[in-house]
Ligand binder design. Structure first.
Ligand SMILES: C[S@@+](CC[C@H](N)C(=O)[O-])C[C@H]1O[C@@H](n2cnc3c(N)ncnc32)[C@H](O)[C@@H]1O
Length: 255
């Protein structure tokens, strides 16, 4: 397989991703991440919502059900925003970077962000931007990659591949696999040649970054694959019912 493609190239995958998500083909979103996020949704009725890193914006359909006043999406990928505009012409979309948002202070009541914050090396810069665009009492719900899945080390045991976090048993054991506690760059290679480079960190790192940037954490969750997945893919269910793939935080702007 050839992995010399550009990293974090969401332009190239925008149309395919839109097709896959709308047809329920992305198990990680359908059975793990979105159910976790929906469980943590605050009341957003009549509120101005920003989808940060919306990609092709399928998640806007989920949020519409909560009757917000407006939904605005922003993403770094031009092609993703082009697809989103075509699919959801009633919403506002912008191409832009989460580190420097093109919005006035206090423009939104709720910021929703699925699996985007991991692209930021300095998470506090992004949290400060989100705090700036949030109105007083505004809330911020986001998900991130869990280190139990994304800070593991690949290794082979009896010809089978494993993702491992752990250490060699015994008083003189020297081998440590994985880096749960580091805030570190991880490169993931996917079957379709998409290469993603993200900064993975443990929950404590996120809690500390939110506290430093004047947020109050209202809720926290680690993902668990939902029962419905059992009939579709038992192996996937078994794996991600026990091992958290993602985590999510609900935070409120501290005045
Ligand atoms: C895993 S996708 C998530 C898309 C969507 N939220 C979802 O759950 O289906 C990550 C998205 O983050 C966007 N992204 C990465 N870095 C970004 C940045 N600095 N500013 C804004 N968006 C960014 C990518 O273009 C991509 O669309």
């Amino acid at each position: 397989m050839n992995y010399d493609e550009k990293v974090n190239d969401y332009d190239r995958f925008a149309e395919k991703r839109h097709y896959n998500v709308t047809n329920g083909l992305m198990k990680s979103l359908r059975f793990v991440e979105k159910p976790m996020m929906l469980k943590m949704m605050p009341n957003i009725e009549g509120k101005r919502v920003l989808l940060l890193g919306c990609g092709t914006a399928e998640e806007s359909e989920l949020l519409k059900k909560f009757n917000p006043k407006s939904i605005t999406g922003i993403d770094l990928s031009e092609k993703s925003i082009e697809v989103a505009k075509k699919a959801y012409p009633d919403l506002d979309f912008y191409v832009g970077d989460m580190h420097e948002l093109p919005f006035d202070n206090n423009s939104f009541d709720f910021v929703y962000s699925s699996l985007v914050i991991n692209y930021a090396k300095d998470k506090e810069v992004v949290f400060k931007e989100i705090r700036r665009v949030l109105d007083d009492d505004g809330e911020f719900l986001f998900s991130a990659c869990h280190p139990m899945r994304f800070a593991t080390q690949n290794c082979e045991v009896d010809g089978k591949r494993f993702h491992v976090i752990g250490f060699e048993a015994g008083s003189d054991g020297k081998v440590v696999l994985g880096n749960y506690m580091s805030h570190s760059k991880q490169i993931n290679y996917f079957k379709d040649n998409q290469v993603l480079e993200e900064y993975i960190a443990p929950p404590s790192y996120f809690f500390q970054s939110l506290i430093h940037t004047d947020f109050l954490v209202e809720n926290f969750n680690e993902s668990q694959c939902i029962q419905e997945c059992k009939d579709v893919d038992l192996e996937y269910y078994t794996r991600f019912h026990e091992i958290p793939q993602f985590m999510a935080f609900l935070a409120k702007k501290n005045r």
